[in-house]
Design a protein around this ligand. Structure first.
Ligand code: SF4
Length: 359
């Protein structure tokens, strides 16, 4: 039996797929077969429910000296695009949130500011917690955590303890890109290594913090490197069980050095949906796979619900990082999100950071 035949057999009997089988499914390129298979896995896990949350993104600063070639968000201090929120700015942003009682999550990710100390980030979290004590704070990627460790002289575990004490309730899943040091050397050489990213997540899970995970595809990586990335996440999840959801980010090349250097174009919707279905089939130990609408566009995110996704993320409100690379739209109303879900025949379910359903 070849790898493709064994992949088909395993999918029909609900067994775990191995590396050569996932690659064979990718090469077979049967999108509708993948969709139907992934949709069955999704429905076995979460039935007809599709989750969303009422959240708000806050990017504290875009000043960064990491100069990742993949990034359109960063700028240098003094640049006319540069911004850094101080506590008064954060308080003002939160005072403008309509219906703050209906908000269930604040999502905070930023750049690696060369002059801000760890206390700046802790104070920002404490302020959010003070103003909105009822919300979950999903904040900081492992890339930021490693930076906090560097600038504070604390261990990763100490940094995470401090963040939990300040009010962080879960860790963001970004910065994974492709967990291959060959790829990271090209796309983000100053970010933490693949093993550091995984180690931060392992430590966070050990401290009881739930986190998300992600993949950024469609640049200089090979398909085998994408699959190996998924297998690393699956192996860590086997050990810790601490990942809640997987997010897929197609690379947006606009305004990036990486895009220019390799003359990259954003991958098409076929690739987005194929990756989504393959991810749902590979990560058998992840409860949720998100169709992150701001990355995919709303029409493709809606279609993704038939390719194994069970979560459309949230209302966002002024996301800036993905926007800088050309993504359209920065927020959506709860009504528009629930309508998109209902049109597919699924049931919209509002959730909090921990997938507890709103009453
Ligand atoms: S991806 Fe993050 S760390 Fe890299 S340059 Fe952009 S903001 Fe800085």
């Amino acid at each position: 039996m070849n790898s493709l035949q064994s992949a088909h057999e395993k999918i029909s009997s609900g067994q775990r797929l191995e590396r050569d089988e996932i690659l064979a499914l990718y090469d077979e390129n049967d999108l509708l077969y993948l969709a139907e298979s992934a949709r069955r896995v999704k429905e076995a896990k979460t039935g007809k429910k599709v989750f969303y949350t009422v959240n708000r993104h806050i990017n504290l600063t875009n000043v960064c000296n990491a100069n990742c070639p993949l990034c359109a968000f960063q700028c240098q201090s003094g640049d006319n695009r540069a911004f850094t929120l101080e506590l008064a700015d954060i308080a003002k942003i939160l005072s403008l949130v309509p219906c703050p009682q209906s908000l269930s999550e604040i999502h905070i990710v930023s750049s690696l500011h060369p002059a801000k100390d760890f206390a700046y980030y802790l104070d920002a979290v404490k302020l959010v917690k003070k103003i909105l004590p009822h919300v979950g704070i999903n904040a900081f990627t492992p890339v930021e955590i490693v930076n906090f460790s560097k600038i504070s002289g604390k261990t990763v575990a100490e940094v995470l303890h401090d963040l939990i004490d300040a009010g962080v309730t879960s860790l963001a899943g970004g910065g994974a890109e492709i967990l291959s040091d060959r790829v990271r050397e090209i796309i983000c050489p100053k970010k933490c290594s693949a093993s550091q990213w995984l180690e931060v997540m392992r430590t966070a899970h050990g401290l009881g913090l739930r986190t998300n995970a992600s993949i950024m595809y469609g640049h200089v990586e090979t398909v085998a490197e994408r699959v190996d990335h998924l297998l690393k996440l699956r192996a860590l999840q086997d050990d810790t069980g601490g990942f809640q959801a997987m997010m897929l980010f197609p690379f947006h090349p606009a305004n990036t050095e990486l895009g220019k250097r390799f003359n990259l174009r954003r991958v098409g919707s076929w690739e987005d949906l194929k990756m989504l279905a393959l991810t749902r089939l590979t990560l058998d130990n992840f409860a949720h796979v998100k169709a992150f609408w701001i990355m995919l566009t709303l029409p493709i995110a809606q279609l993704a619900l038939s390719f194994g996704a069970d979560d459309l993320d949230g209302t966002l409100g002024e996301e800036k990082i993905i926007h800088a690379a050309g993504a359209a739209g920065s927020s959506i109303t709860r009504g528009a999100l629930t309508k998109l879900i209902s049109e597919t025949g699924y049931t919209p379910v509002e959730r909090d950071s921990f997938y507890r359903e709103a009453i």
